[in-house]
Design a protein around this ligand. Structure first.
Ligand code: AP5
Ligand code: MG
Length: 214
């Protein structure tokens, strides 16, 4: 099962992609997580990506496409995968379709997690990410047992650099300009499914399971 998660920054793509990956036993591939890991490790890719990410801009397509195409060709992706944060532009979607077509494959589902901008700005200020394992929490909607400490690995939680309010607004603008056109792209391809992302995260997941099957 090959799945793309669509949705604005903070819509809950990562939250739902992790649940999908666990339930259906397929890899969760988040381009944002891959870039953040590269930044943490000080790689060349990380240095390049950071200059764009900190401004709320997209990393150029040529830095993203080969990375994802290589990743989905790995052995553990043979039964499918869930892509989170990719594709994010029409050229990325076209490059993915072409790479899959060359292998005689195609995407099965594009799931749009639909959340209006007003809700997003509130959510992002409350998100906290673990510096150790990258787990994501929310001060109100997904709190840790002990404040500021990751439930999974015990390391410290931080506010992501790009979750500051002025950068969130910029990311939303970039989303509407460059990523939202993908909704029509996948609708035309006949694989678009939309779920209401404003409800409780477990109810969002149930709506996704209803689409993908038990
Ligand atoms: P990326 O890491 O992908 O960020 P994003 O798309 O902006 O999305 P987020 O991770 O911020 O949100 P999410 O939808 O995963 O929400 P989450 O589940 O965490 O990308 C970062 C940057 O990398 C980009 O800006 C760009 O520069 C670059 N980049 C990445 N991919 C790229 C690409 N393909 N091309 C070019 N550049 C690229 O949830 C958010 C919060 O809400 C959490 O705290 C969560 O606990 C909470 N929450 C989730 N669901 C609910 C719910 N139902 N109710 C209440 N709270 C909820
Ligand atoms: Mg995410």
């Amino acid at each position: 099962m090959k799945i793309i998660m669509l949705g604005a920054p903070g819509a809950g793509k990562g939250t739902q992609a992790k649940k999908i990956a666990a339930k259906y036993d397929i890899p969760h591939i988040s381009t944002g997580d891959i870039f953040r890991a590269n930044i943490k490790n000080g790689t060349e890719l990380g240095k390049k990506a950071k200059t764009y990410m900190d401004q709320g801009l997209l990393v150029p397509d040529e830095l993203v496409v080969d990375l994802v195409v290589d990743r989905v060709n790995q052995e553990d992706c043979s039964n499918g995968y869930v892509l989170d944060g990719f594709p994010r532009t029409i050229p990325q979607a076209e490059a993915l379709d072409k790479a899959l077509a060359d292998l005689g494959q195609k995407m099965d589902y594009a799931i749009d997690v639909d959340v209006p901008d007003e809700n997003i700005v509130n959510r992002m200020g409350g998100r906290r990410a673990c510096v150790g394992c990258g787990a994501t929490y929310h001060l109100v909607f997904a709190p840790t047992k002990e404040e500021g400490i990751c439930d999974t690995c015990g390391k410290e939680l931080i506010l992501r650099d790009d979750d500051k309010p002025e950068t969130v607004q910029k990311r939303l603008n970039v989303y509407h300009e460059q990523t939202q056109p993908l909704i029509e792209y996948y609708s035309k391809a006949g694989i678009l499914k939309t779920v209401d992302g404003t409800v409780d995260m477990n109810d969002v997941f149930q709506a996704i399971v209803d689409i993908l099957g038990e």
